[in-house]
Design a protein around this ligand. Structure first.
Ligand code: NZQ
Ligand code: ZN
Length: 406
């Protein structure tokens, strides 16, 4: 196992009817900006519950900013950051999924980036863009943030990262800064019952790929991380199938929600190599073709595993054995590995997710523009060994054009 420091200060408040805890969790004299997405939080009644809880005690002043898009847009977020300054907001409360939480983290980080000559002005677009292109890692102050999660998927509720999209620049860029950890996140699994099936399955797949990208590299004898990762994968397989069969089952919803949080709260990624190739290629697919985040991952992951099966051999065999229970029965290693990858692909298909570019109505001609974008965003040394250059990414995408027969 490699050396590591593990730090995660997020208070998780889990369970049904826990939104009322906001009256205790948000400082009583705060000037709060509630941030939300395209309207689901209003329609489902979650926003009303949030407003009520905030009004239940103290003397908070509450403002609202709606309209944060899936794959949150830089331009929209900067409007929210201006509102933070206009109303002297000192607490952001994100109500929504990964997009709203990520977007609010970005707002928390950039709202003090003014033009040098006018500190009372709107936020400097140039400074905010330049911060994003360097992962926001040099920002040294941020507004406090809390979250009410409405879709289990990204893990944003318990980590310090995010992803922001800039459509005009065709860039979807990740950032991370310890100041972006939420102070708390409320996880009420009953809030996920209003999700369309597509978003439920997207969430299961996103969490699954998060685990895979921290697990499927090479062994470093990290027994805790490996066993946790394998358990999370098995739970996602079981509960993904269960939610498809019985979508109202609260026990299933609870387990999916907590698993998705555990998948990307840093725990299974400590002290082990990681490979975020699938996510980095996936971000380009979203920014060029507006494909849902999770669906880009299910398109790319099987081809990443096939292309890199030699350097990932030991872990792929471990994955086959411990997650899919594939015993060798006289098969050679290659056959076992291919079987594990096919199982993965078939699981994604079972959930109704695409596993090839063709499934997303794209073909070979999609590849060149993706490679160009990877180059423009310096995604040229991906993977646990930093060896996945543009040629490797091209080969991965070529494999992903047509699905392998199941
Ligand atoms: O916008 P509204 O109207 O709220 O509708 C949303 C949206 O259309 C809807 N929704 C959310 N909760 C709902 C609901 N509809 C009905 N009932 C509810 N309870 O679902 C749609 C998708 O929401 P979104 O927040 O975009 O989904 P998700 O949580 O999957 O977030 C995806 C974003 O997170 C980023 C992705 O890149 C993408 O931009 N990621 C963030 C990560 C992180 N911070 O660590 C890691 C991930 O890898 C991921 O990259
Ligand atoms: Zn993801």
């Amino acid at each position: 196992m490699n050396n590591f420091q593990y730090y995660n200060p997020v208070r998780i408040v889990f369970g049904e009817d826990q939104i009322q805890q906001l009256s205790k969790l948000v400082p009583t004299d705060a000037r709060v900006l509630i941030t939300y997405g395209g309207g689901s939080a209003e329609r489902t009644g979650t926003l009303a519950e949030v407003r009520e809880a905030l009004a239940a005690s103290g003397s908070r002043e509450v403002f609202e900013f709606g309209g944060i898009e899936p794959n949150p847009e830089f331009v929209t977020l900067l409007k929210a950051a201006d509102m933070v300054n206009e109303h002297n907001i000192d607490f952001l409360l994100a109500v929504g999924g990964g997009s709203v939480i990520d977007g609010s983290k970005f707002v928390a980080l950039v709202s003090s980036l003014h033009d040098d000559d006018n500190v009372d002005s709107t936020v400097s677009r140039d400074k905010a863009w330049s911060a994003l292109t360097s992962y926001c890692r040099d920002i040294d102050s941020a507004i406090d943030l809390g979250a009410v999660l409405t879709i289990p998927a990204t893990g944003s509720e318990m980590n310090s990262g995010g992803v922001v999209n800039h459509s005009e620049r065709q860039a979807k860029l990740p950032f991370g800064n310890p100041l972006a950890f939420p102070k708390f996140s409320i996880l009420d699994p009953s809030k996920t019952l209003t999700l369309p099936d597509r978003q439920v399955m997207n969430g299961v797949a996103d969490a699954f790929v998060h685990v895979m990208e921290q697990y499927l590299t090479y062994p470093v004898n990290a027994k805790v991380q490996d066993a946790f990762a394998e358990s999370l994968l098995k739970i996602l397989i079981d509960e993904g199938r269960a939610v498809k069969e019985d979508s109202e089952n609260m026990e299933v919803r609870k387990n999916i929600m907590w698993t998705a949080t555990m998948a990307l709260n840093g725990l299974i990624g400590t002290g082990v190599p990681q490979d975020w190739t699938t996510h980095m290629i996936g971000h380009e697919l979203t920014s060029l073709h507006a494909i849902d985040h999770a669906r880009t991952l299910t398109i790319v992951l099987p081809s990443v595993l096939r292309e890199l099966k030699d350097s990932k051999k030991d872990k792929l065999l471990q994955y086959a054995r411990n997650v899919w229970h594939i015993t060798d029965e006289g098969q050679d290693d290659d056959a076992i590995i291919e079987s594990a990858i096919s199982h993965t692909e078939n699981f994604f298909r079972e959930l109704g997710l695409p596993v090839s570019l063709e499934d997303a109505e794209l073909d070979q001609s999609a590849i060149d523009p993706i490679i160009k974008q990877l180059e423009a965003h310096q995604m040229v040394k991906l993977g646990e060994h930093g060896k996945n250059d543009l040629q490797v990414s091209r080969r991965i995408l070529e494999r992903a054009v047509t699905a392998k027969a199941s």
